[in-house]
Ligand binder design. Structure first.
Ligand SMILES: Cc1cc2nc3c(=O)[nH]c(=O)nc-3n(C[C@H](O)[C@H](O)[C@H](O)COP(=O)(O)OP(=O)(O)OC[C@H]3O[C@@H](n4cnc5c(N)ncnc54)[C@H](O)[C@@H]3O)c2cc1C
Ligand code: FES
Length: 522
């Protein structure tokens, strides 16, 4: 996603604008010196905040105001209009706030406000000594960051078996892989962040076991680390190909920064690539390789890409979009063997490729939870507060199967924003908050210049209502079950996607008492 470096437009808000120009609930974009500033009116009050989202500079002027907050149109971050605080991931940092003076029917923006540190919560100042987080990904990083923001004074240890610090994983298959974003954009925070916040980030540290009795984790190098609270955030790993030739050096998968670098290295000399699987990641890889001018063939058993998640019409659109960019599909086929630089297909054909990327799904990394005797069911089972069956041990992100208050079913999703938000909830609950995780799931995917936003969770639907024109890249697709909207996918209908999120939130679920009891362990 390109960063917006254009100098801010609109009126100079220090010179004043008429209050009448700003309707109640309205927004007005302008600038204060070199800063893009957004005015938002809520009744008699007017707020002035930074106009660009702290995640990827999304234009908050196109976002949705919900009570005293504003939500970003691109990936649904949410900011407090009074304090600028990031209330929801994927934004990790705040936006700035300015003072606003109302005089003679005019609004004048004054000084940038300095941020005050939030008070330490009761739990945060308590007696917990050490919180250990297994996993340096979306959920693990978000939890550590949140713990410090909650003013937790004890020690925080992140154990990650990756050799890279926490990175912006979604970018590994998008602009970075396409050669359109520098590697400097990838770390979620620079090295100084960990030192400054006394977060003991241990890389190449593989956790092999948990002893829930003595409250220690065991490391592959023989060491142990004691904990008072433990967060498991081990994510998922790519399903490996098992066909002959799967272990050849030019056959790769994509999960980590090292994986993305390896694809880039091979792409430097490859002329032809085969992507196995028409999943989100597979197709984002296809788009990135096309941006590098590599011939790309996608082989997948499905009739259409992404049909199971997005439905037939969106699936057809995604296929056509990739074909427009030169991708060749081999649907209804699988690879049966990789023989040197030839990929053999189940239909009898073969494709030449100097690079093969397998995007055939992921599986949650639940082995250590399983071995420790935690309750597992195609994921680590957690209660509404994200605590596992072992008291004091929490789980978040791709591994967590939690009780969804809307459907009443336990669900597990593999979305960046959900992992981060669960990391935040788990962090607060490790400090004793006992908050139910009730966020509506959201994900986005980017194919060339077309973003697809999806909010909600529709495991199955009996009606698909399409508004607008998918082919014209202006649509909203509602996935309904028994007449009720379960999820909404959209292309360039950001505000409606945000409104759908609010509607799903407000519809609520099974009621607070049911929600709290859902998933409680006997
Ligand atoms: C290339 C790519 C692109 C994506 N794009 C999008 C997107 O556009 N939108 C979207 O919503 N989602 C996207 N996703 C999915 C999203 O990244 C995941 O849902 C999210 O990262 C899950 O967060 P997590 O913290 O659960 O796991 P991860 O981010 O995978 O982190 C898990 C961490 O645990 C570590 N770990 C695992 N086991 C151990 C162990 N035993 N000991 C020590 N450390 C361990 C791993 O090294 C890793 O650091 C993408 C995923 C990939 C791979
Ligand atoms: S740019 Fe605002 S949430 Fe991503």
């Amino acid at each position: 996603m390109a960063q917006d470096d254009a100098s801010p437009g609109g009126p100079d808000l220090r010179q004043g604008v008429a209050l009448a120009e700003l309707a109640d609930g309205g927004k007005l974009a302008g600038h204060v010196g070199g800063d893009a500033v957004l005015l938002v009116r809520r009744g008699a009050e007017v707020f002035a905040v930074g106009a660009l989202c702290s995640h990827y500079h999304g234009p908050l002027a196109d976002g949705l105001v919900v009570e005293d907050t504003i939500r970003c149109p691109w990936h649904h971050a949410c900011f407090d209009l009074r304090t600028g605080e990031a209330l929801r991931a994927p934004a990790l940092g705040p936006i700035a706030c300015w003072s606003v003076e109302q005089r003679d029917g005019m609004l004048f923006v004054g000084e940038k406000l300095t941020r005050s540190k939030p008070e330490a919560g009761e739990a945060a100042s308590g007696t917990l000594g050490r919180i250990v987080i297994v996993g340096g990904g979306a959920a693990g990083f978000a939890a550590a960051d949140r713990l410090r923001r909650e003013q937790f004074q004890g020690s925080i240890v992140i154990l990650s078996d990756d050799d890279a610090p926490p990175v912006d994983r979604p970018n590994l298959s998008k602009d970075y892989l396409a050669g359109q974003a520098p590697e400097a954009w990838l770390p979620l925070r620079g090295a100084s962040f960990y030192a400054k916040n006394a977060i003991d980030l241990r890389l190449n540290a593989s956790v092999t076991g948990i002893d829930v009795g003595s409250r220690t984790v065991a490391l592959a190098d023989g060491g142990t680390v004691p904990y008072d609270r433990l967060l498991l955030a081990t994510g998922a790993e790519p399903v490996r190909l098992t066909i002959p030739g799967a272990d050849l050096p030019h056959v790769l998968t994509l999960r980590s920064l090292a994986d993305s670098r390896a694809i880039i290295e091979r792409a430097a000399t490859a002329r032809r690539a085969v992507v196995l699987g028409a999943s989100f990641i597979g197709l984002e890889v296809a788009a990135a390789l096309r941006a590098r001018d590599i011939e790309v063939h996608v082989v997948a058993p499905d009739e259409r890409p992404m049909e199971r998640i997005l439905g037939a019409a969106m699936g057809d659109f995604v296929r056509a979009l990739h074909e427009e960019h030169g991708v060749v599909f081999h649907l209804g086929e699988t690879a049966t063997a990789i023989d040197g630089h030839r990929v053999q297909l189940s239909g009898g054909g073969a494709l030449a490729a100097e690079l093969v990327v397998a995007g055939i799904g992921v599986r949650p990394r639940i082995e250590i939870a399983e071995r420790a005797g935690l309750s597992v069911d195609r994921g680590v089972v957690v209660d509404a507060c994200l605590e596992t069956s072992a008291p004091g041990v929490f789980a978040a992100g791709d591994i967590a199967r939690w009780p969804d208050p809307r459907s009443g079913e336990r669900i597990r999703v593999e979305h960046w924003v959900v992992a981060q938000r669960q990391g935040w909830t788990a962090a607060r609950n490790m400090l004793g908050a006992r908050e139910a995780f009730d966020a509506v799931p959201f994900f986005w995917s980017q194919h060339y210049d077309v973003p697809i936003n999806y909010v909600g969770h529709a495991q199955a639907w009996d009606e698909l209502a399409i508004e607008g024109d998918i082919a014209a890249r202006d649509c909203l697709v509602r996935f309904k079950r028994k007449g009720e909207v379960q999820a909404v996918a959209s292309i360039f209908r950001d505000i409606e996607n945000l409104e759908a999120e609010v509607a799903l939130e407000r519809r609520g679920g099974l009621g607070a008492s049911t929600e709290a009891s859902l998933g409680r362990f006997p």
